[in-house]
Design a protein around this ligand. Structure first.
Ligand code: NCD
Ligand code: ZN
Length: 343
């Protein structure tokens, strides 16, 4: 059994850091593991201008502990009204991508896109400057079963989008189904996907084991085991179109343990350890480095990191909760043991 592994320092290509006081809890977790992270723009109100993205970036940097090197990679939130001009300003300001949330699909998405056709001029500008579109791929149609919303989104919206904008870089975020993995493989070199640790480690049974377990609730929701197996296979295949994106999404514990609990799993504290466990489970630890550290920057056209991290096979128990302002934050697997530990 491998006792330790050394990797090029990874990046997180999809994370929620929130704002204000929360930054001081969550940014140090992400910056301890990752050199860079794609920061989601679903604040209240959302980040829709280059100026807002730069101000948000500075608030994140202010929360990075002394001595750590961390670069937040900023994104804009696509709305029906985001002007094409703003893409050019954002591109010049170093904003790296734009996030599409179908209106109402998930946490803080009420300002999202109501009809992709409204955004065509903006998408054209993105295609021209080479700025990736990051997609929350779920339909919001209440007639569609919650577990089918990703597969239906691909058919109804993503295939037409792929056809209409053949050169646009598209990342299908946090994929959860066999259909999504197949779509990405077949869609050509401008299409990629992020995979979360929790969708690689758990199927939907985790939500109901011994009672309703809200800390396993996220969107897109965990799926059947066949889908988890397909995702593991995609990750372990070594294909450069799949890369690490935790979708770590902190919510105060009382808002998850609630009659209408918030969607989002908090994994930033031990993200790379959870991915190591998932890759190890299919004998693919040798594929972890490229997935975590190479495929993302290669797709985005950014340099790979040059420093390293080491993980030891060492059983330890994750704290059940962490202080989070006046309340607490419960990390996924809190109070349970993990098989790997970052040195
Ligand atoms: C995210 C959040 O809380 O911001 N929640 C989640 O379940 N993943 C939003 C998102 O990425 O869907
Ligand atoms: Zn997310």
């Amino acid at each position: 059994m491998t006792a330790h592994i050394t990797l090029t320092r990874p990046d997180d290509w999809h994370v929620h850091l929130r704002d204000g006081e929360a930054l001081h809890t969550v940014v140090p977790h992400t910056s301890a593991q990752f050199a860079r992270a794609i920061v989601m723009p679903n604040l209240k109100p959302p980040v829709t201008t280059a100026a807002q993205a730069l101000a948000y970036k500075q608030r994140i940097l202010d929360a990075v502990p002394e001595g750590q090197q961390f670069e937040p990679l900023m994104t804009l939130y696509l709305t029906d009204q985001l002007p094409a001009d703003e893409i050019l300003r954002a591109h010049e300001a170093g904003v790296v991508a734009v996030k599409l949330y179908p209106a109402g699909a998930t946490t803080n998405s009420s300002a999202g896109v109501t009809d992709i056709r409204h955004t065509h001029a903006t998408l054209e500008a993105m295609q021209r400057v080479g700025m990736p579109l990051l997609v929350h791929g779920e339909v919001t149609d209440p007639e569609v079963d919650v577990f089918d919303r990703e597969a239906v989104f691909i058919e109804r919206h993503l295939m037409p989008l792929r056809r209409d904008f053949p050169e646009l870089k598209i990342v299908l975020e946090h994929i959860t189904t066999r259909e999504a993995a197949q779509f990405v493989v077949q869609a050509g070199k401008h299409t990629a996907a992020t995979l979360t640790a929790h969708h690689l480690l758990y199927n939907r049974n985790a939500l109901f084991m011994g009672g309703l377990r809200p800390h396993y609730y996220c969107l897109p929701v965990l799926k059947r085991e066949v889908h988890r197996q397909a995702l593991l296979q995609a990750a372990a295949s070594g294909s450069d179109r799949f890369f690490l994106g935790t979708d770590s999404a902190p919510h105060a514990a009382p808002l998850k343990e609630h009659a209408s609990g918030c969607a989002g799993c908090y994994t930033a504290l031990t993200a790379i350890e959870l991915y190591a466990e998932a890759f190890d489970s299919v004998g693919a630890l040798d594929k972890l480095e490229a997935f975590a550290s190479f495929h993302g920057p290669d797709f985005y056209g950014l340099p790979r990191n040059t420093t390293q991290i080491t993980l030891h096979r060492q059983s330890w128990t994750l704290p059940e909760q962490l202080p989070y302002g006046e309340t607490s934050l419960k990390p996924l697997r809190g109070g349970e043991s993990l098989a790997w530990r970052m040195a």
